[in-house]
Design a protein around this ligand. Sequence first.
Ligand code: HEC
Ligand code: HEC
Length: 298
Amino acid sequence: MIALTWRPLVQSTALMLAPLLGLLCSAMAASAAGLQSELVARGDYLVNGILICGNCHTRRGPSGEILAPQEVRDTALSGGQTWDEAAFKVTAPNITQDKDTGIGDYTDAELRQVLRKGIKRNGARVAVMPSGFYEIMTEHDLDAVIAYLRTLKPVSHAVPAPIYKRAQQHEIPPGGETPYSDAMLNDKIARGFYLATVGLCMECHTPWQSQAFADRLGAGGNEFHGPWGVSVSRNITASNSKGIGDWTDDEIKRAITQGIARNGSKLKPPMSFQYYANVSAADLDAIVAYLRTVPPRD
Ligand code: HEC
Ligand code: HEC
């Protein structure tokens, strides 16, 4: 008797709970999907903004001009610049989801390793790819970049395999040795340093010579050759006479996001203002706040 009444009771409770459980599951799925789309949005913001991945991995215009990510949607990140130097000849590869010519069949672990450590899936150390500047990247931002890369439409475009003539370096800028935590980004100057590091400002604006990060951080002077002729990275230290110490915040922001120098002239490649234009106002403020702390160098 008891068993007979007990069973229908359980069944009917289960029947009553089923829709609730269903709701709960779909709510959980919805919030997981929400988290995933948040991650993808963050990756989109980073990759097409401060990270300037397309500066190298996207083909440029006929005069070597950098095309804004929104101008090149169809071919974005499907392979770009070639460097032919004493130590290597290498082309920035296709990083769309194409399985044959891109990174469609890379695992997340393989992507993490190449992004942060500069080691490709075949064990080779990358040339040019500034992975040492990504050691600082928060776990969340690294996940976001990878999540965004996974959403890229496959584009079939093969680039030549790299030729290495010497062992490649994995240079880590001082202060960028270990991943930042999300909490560290709440401090404005720390956030500015973080963004300027992953955004490669000091990779281009610090002289390419030994000890320069300690002695000549941001002093400029590197030459970039291309169809535009030669451009020379400028002094972005807080020096009043040689750097940007006496520029207003707005002048600095205009140079970063619109490529317009203080005197109104247009900045040449590879200054990547087409990407930095997508950096948020709060992040720009943090970058400027950090630049104000870079010791003046003449
Ligand atoms: C300064 C130029 C440059 C920038 C900036 C750059 N890369 Fe690269 N990247 C390269 C080059 C060149 C290679 C190939 C290196 C080699 O094969 O030795 C490469 C390799 C890679 C690979 C490995 C692909 C493969 O076939 O093994 C991935 C993935 C990648 N980059 C993603 C990114 C992402 C994401 C960003 C932005 C966060 C980025 N890169 C920024 C130049 C760059
Ligand atoms: C890929 C190399 C590269 C990267 C990355 C880069 N710059 Fe530049 N930047 C240059 C070059 C080259 C110039 C000079 C262009 C010219 O003379 O036409 C320049 C010019 C500037 C200027 C103008 C200075 C003046 O005296 O006119 C500022 C300011 C500046 N960069 C700040 C930054 C900041 C901040 C970042 C990071 C968010 C950054 N740059 C990232 C290469 C780079």
